[in-house]
Ligand binder design. Structure first.
Ligand code: FES
Ligand SMILES: [Fe+2]
Length: 391
């Protein structure tokens, strides 16, 4: 929690100060940003990585949970620890749609209700209930609602339900989720530039950026002097929507159209999952060839990006020394630039310019919502229109 200032408000059992309105990166229980994020559904796991009849520990927003998939295939998120003597429930056994603790065999259903205490002479199951969280499988992810009370309506993304190649991935990022959300469109030309490109011609294509709030968050329009306008969309609170085509940055004219949803989901205050949904608009033989290439590409890129980032940031490695064939360069480039700000960026000493209008605008939306939450005022109800990438 931030240091005290003159402005204090109480919100439920929590008291917040003015500095909390802009404390975007702290998302643990009780923090203002954490309370705000917990009002939304989040993708917490890759669906195909969770086999039927298995449980795993997950950490989201500095809280630990147990995610398991019943033998019939239904995923559940429940508390991290057993109510008996606190053992980690993911070490237990899945039986049907229920989860049995490893230590003394207490068993819980998907609602967290204890249903068996096998070694107890006088079981008291009815008095034991652990927390359970609404869970939905969609677009290749397990989504969970980790807040209190009834969840909001589950947001669907019909643009991503159609035919094509569907990918669902997530990448570990050693930096606050808000550094990533706070990213700007200009960085692309520097951070993700082609090798050996220099910037002597940069002034020839200085972009003009305009930011607009809309029903789902914010649109950034980036006008370049060659007449092209790129649109960069953000869905509140932590979603990036990207539409890339043959005309996109770094893509050849033959590249297929690919649409992206990217959720930045905090693991804790200093790291997050970059959760990617990709729909590649290809079918038939083109799709098969593309998938083969993609598989080979994924297999080739076997170097841990986080290790490289730490080496670069500590001066033991230079970006141009990285083996690009074996590395997911975009991930390394983004992490180096964002963790280079400090894993939780200190925004008090920045000098923002005209190309940062989108950054300022995005922070203002976040600040307005956090302040409203702290003061108990109504929050903006963000929509998810049927078509986001085509609007
Ligand atoms: S700690 Fe889980 S049954 Fe004892
Ligand atoms: Fe980037």
């Amino acid at each position: 929690m931030a240091a005290a200032t003159d402005v204090r408000v109480s919100s439920g059992e929590n008291e917040y100060t003015e500095e909390d309105w802009t404390e975007f990166s702290r998302t643990g229980p009780g923090t203002l940003a954490g309370r705000y994020l917990r009002l939304f559904w989040h993708p917490v796991y890759i669906a195909k990585d969770l086999a039927a009849g298995r449980a795993v520990p997950i950490r989201i927003m500095s809280e630990d949970f147990t995610l398991y998939r019943g033998e019939g295939g239904k995923p559940h998120v429940v508390a991290f620890r057993c109510a008996h003597r606190g053992t980690q429930l993911s070490t237990g056994w899945v039986e049907g749609d229920e989860l049995r603790c490893f230590y003394h065999g207490w068993k819980y259903d998907g609602d967290g209700q204890c249903v068996e205490q096998p070694a107890e002479p006088e079981p008291f199951c009815s008095r034991i209930k652990i927390k359970a969280y609404p869970t939905i499988e969609y677009l290749g992810f397990v989504f969970a609602y980790l807040g209190e009370g009834e969840p909001p309506e589950f947001p669907r993304y019909p643009d991503f339900e159609g035919d094509g190649i569907h990918e669902a991935n997530r990448y570990f990022m050693c930096v606050s989720f808000f550094n990533a959300l706070d990213n700007d469109p200009v960085h692309v030309y520097f951070v993700h530039r082609a090798p050996r490109q220099d910037f002597r011609d940069w002034k020839g294509w200085t972009p003009t950026i305009r930011a607009e709030e809309n029903e789902w968050g914010r649109a950034n329009y980036i006008s370049r002097q060659d007449g092209r306008v790129d649109c960069n969309l953000r869905g509140m609170p932590n979603l990036v929507i990207r539409k890339a085509s043959g005309e996109g940055v770094g893509r050849s004219a033959e590249s297929p159209r690919m649409d992206f949803l990217e959720w930045k989901v905090p693991i804790d205050d200093e790291s997050h999952w970059n959760v990617h949904k990709v729909l590649v608009h290809l079918s038939g033989d083109d799709a098969r060839r593309w998938e083969e290439r993609r598989e080979a590409d994924v297999a080739a890129r076997d170097v841990d990006p986080t290790g490289l980032v730490h080496q670069v940031l500590s001066g033991r490695l230079y970006m141009d020394q990285i083996d690009r064939e074996r590395t997911r360069m975009t991930t390394v480039q983004d992490m180096v630039s964002q963790a280079g700000q400090g894993v939780i960026a200190d925004r008090s000493d920045e000098h923002l310019g005209r190309t940062d209008v989108g950054v300022v605008h995005w922070r203002k939306i976040w600040e307005r919502e956090l302040r409203a939450l702290a003061e108990g005022r109504p929050l903006t109800q963000w929509a998810r229109p049927d078509s986001m990438v085509n609007s």
